[in-house]
Design a protein around this ligand. Structure first.
Ligand SMILES: Cc1ncc(C[n+]2csc(CCOP(=O)(O)OP(=O)(O)O)c2C)c(N)n1
Ligand SMILES: [Mg+2]
Length: 551
């Protein structure tokens, strides 16, 4: 590490806040999301003065979601900076005293309080480096209140150069050869493209592998778009069938967690051979005993695999029984969705809504989504054509992420891809978690179109008439099913309250028209509140959701 001195050797003083901001800038931090207050206001001011884009949010949770989405989109994960109480008041019951470093250790790769202001630059470098090396993850830095305004001599601070980009690791050659051989002998192969592949920018290599070897593939929710959803080899519409009968499955940065049903029967063949490619060694072998494990950077390992197929070309026969089974299943599933989408009855169902939205989605738009049915059904209908263009509630299924994600995507779009739109598809319950971020969206005038798919509740709700009937019996809230939210809520008024466009729609025609207007208006954000049938559900599935419910 090389350091550089600031100043000219005089008695010039610098504050802890200024040192922190400068240290972040030295590590190429470009965006900061947060909420100011004692003791951190000065940090935001100092960051802004140095040209770091500070975005003031309405809730720290949403600020964290936004920063983590920027991390995913730019390859620079989340660094959380928390102001804590003054060191001299520790254990005395100071204002907001809490063991923050210990609390964050569980949730981060590196959690620390610098021992002095002089230590801040190297601690920030370590935090940024830890967050991007290996499997990426958040880091926490604790800044005691007294550090913020404490003045130190500028000459005592040594800034640290920006850390180097993560080193690229590759898999062992023998394992790569074995993987190629297992794949060549597959009767019913399947590739699963996960978020790790998107993060590693492995799109070019994976697409080459898919096309050269003529293999069927499935994206995970955040793997969507690594190869376009409308690629002829995408078998997403026959997902359950593909998982259930594949005999060799290659996982490109996709974990065998609940989203992939743990890799276990009855969703998979008991003897299915998994080839796992992952950057994280601890992930290899989770829940199943894999046939081959390839530890390394997903992009680099994909290229290693491609070399094997360049040396001895191979392709999976396109007219195999497996391809025919998958194609047939895709056809019947697509027909079932289309039939639901074409239903003319009102209120609309999810499929009708999403088919109309899909018709107008700009090809390069960023799709953000959260909710239960809203997200799950939306994911099957709304297409992604480009990598890293979808952000959803993902593995944790955390409600409340949507608006922060959308804000992050819109800010990155404004800087790097002007004109790009962000479409944020929210369930009505999901929207409520971070609804006040609409004010942030309006304050920064971000190019976001929010769609609230409103079924008056969590998974489902009840209609206005039934609600009124219940009111007749007195306290409706005592007997209303806990999934219910207030029927017919006018969420669009949250947007008009701050000067954006708001639409309340009940028919396909109104939806089409309001979406057209929202996309055409590049001067303001919009929110379309789409009323749907409160009991609208997913089409019948071959398997129950993992946790059965009697509701
Ligand atoms: C932070 C958090 N709290 C609670 C939940 C439980 N939960 C799962 S989905 C959901 C909301 C689903 O309703 P909505 O967003 O309206 O979508 P819908 O299924 O009705 O389309 C909730 C509250 C969660 N996943 N995360
Ligand atoms: Mg809902």
């Amino acid at each position: 590490m090389s350091g550089s001195n600031l100043g000219d050797g005089s008695e010039e003083q610098v504050s802890g806040a200024a040192v922190l901001a400068r240290a972040l800038k030295a590590q190429d931090v470009q965006y900061m999301f947060g909420i100011v207050g004692i003791p951190v206001t000065e940090i935001a001011v100092a960051a802004q003065q140095l040209g770091i884009r500070y975005v003031g949010m309405r809730n720290e949770q949403a600020a964290c979601y936004a920063a983590s989405a920027v991390g995913y989109l730019t390859g620079r994960p989340l660094i959380v900076i928390g102001g804590s109480s003054e060191r001299c008041q520790e254990t005395m019951g100071a204002f907001q005293e809490f063991p923050q470093v210990e609390a964050c250790r569980l949730y981060s790769k590196f959690s620390v309080r610098p021992s002095s202001i002089e230590a801040i630059p190297s601690i920030i470098e370590k935090a940024v480096r830890s967050s991007i090396y290996g499997r990426p993850g958040a880091c926490y830095i604790d800044i005691p209140a007294d550090f913020v305004n404490l003045q130190v001599n500028v000459n005592s601070i040594k800034y640290v150069e920006c850390c180097m980009p993560p080193p690229i690791s590759m898999a062992e050659t023998s394992a790569v050869q074995k993987a190629a051989s297992v794949l060549r002998n597959a009767k019913q192969p399947l590739l699963i493209i996960g978020k790790g592949a998107a993060y590693a920018h492995a799109e070019e290599g994976i697409r080459k592998l898919v096309e050269q070897c003529k293999l069927p593939f499935l994206p995970t929710p955040m793997g969507k778009g690594v190869i376009p959803d409308n690629h002829p080899n995408c078998v997403a519409a026959a997902r359950s069938r593909a998982l259930q009968f594949a005999d060799v499955i290659v996982l490109f940065g996709a974990r065998l967690n609940w989203i992939l049903h743990f890799g276990l029967p009855p969703r998979y063949q008991p003897d299915v051979k998994f080839i796992q490619i992952d950057i994280c060694a601890e992930e290899l072998g989770n829940n199943v005993r894999p046939a081959v494990t390839l530890l390394g950077d997903i992009n680099a390992v994909t290229k290693q695999l491609l070399e094997q197929f360049d040396k001895i070309p191979w392709q999976y026969p396109p007219e195999s029984k497996w391809w025919n089974t998958l194609r047939e299943k895709m056809k019947s599933n697509e027909a079932a969705s289309k039939e639901l989408a074409s239903k003319k009855s009102l209120p609309m169902n999810y499929y009708t809504v999403f088919y109309h939205v899909q018709e107008q989605l700009p090809r390069d738009c960023m799709v953000v989504s959260e909710g239960a049915n809203t997200m799950d059904i939306g994911r099957t209908v709304l297409q992604n054509y480009l990598p890293r263009h979808r952000l959803d509630a993902g593995t944790f299924g955390t409600m409340g992420v949507g608006l922060g994600f959308a804000i992050a995507a819109a800010i990155v779009a404004k800087d790097r891809n002007p004109g790009q739109r962000v479409i944020c598809v929210e369930g009505d319950s999901a929207f409520g978690f971070s609804g006040m971020e609409v004010e942030t969206i309006c304050r920064y005038n971000l190019p976001i179109v929010l769609l609230v798919v409103n079924n008056n509740g969590i998974y489902q709700g009840i209609d206005t008439d039934s609600w009124k009937e219940m009111l007749k019996f007195g306290d409706a809230t005592a007997m209303a099913p806990p999934m219910c939210l207030l029927p017919n809520a006018h969420y669009e008024q949250v947007m008009t309250a701050f000067g954006g466009n708001g639409y309340f729609v009940q028919t396909p025609g109104e939806l089409q028209e309001s979406l057209r207007k929202s996309l055409a208006d590049t001067t303001k954000p919009s929110l379309i509140n789409i009323m749907i049938e409160p009991q609208s559900m997913r089409k019948a599935q071959d398997f129950h959701w993992l946790t059965r419910s009697n509701m």
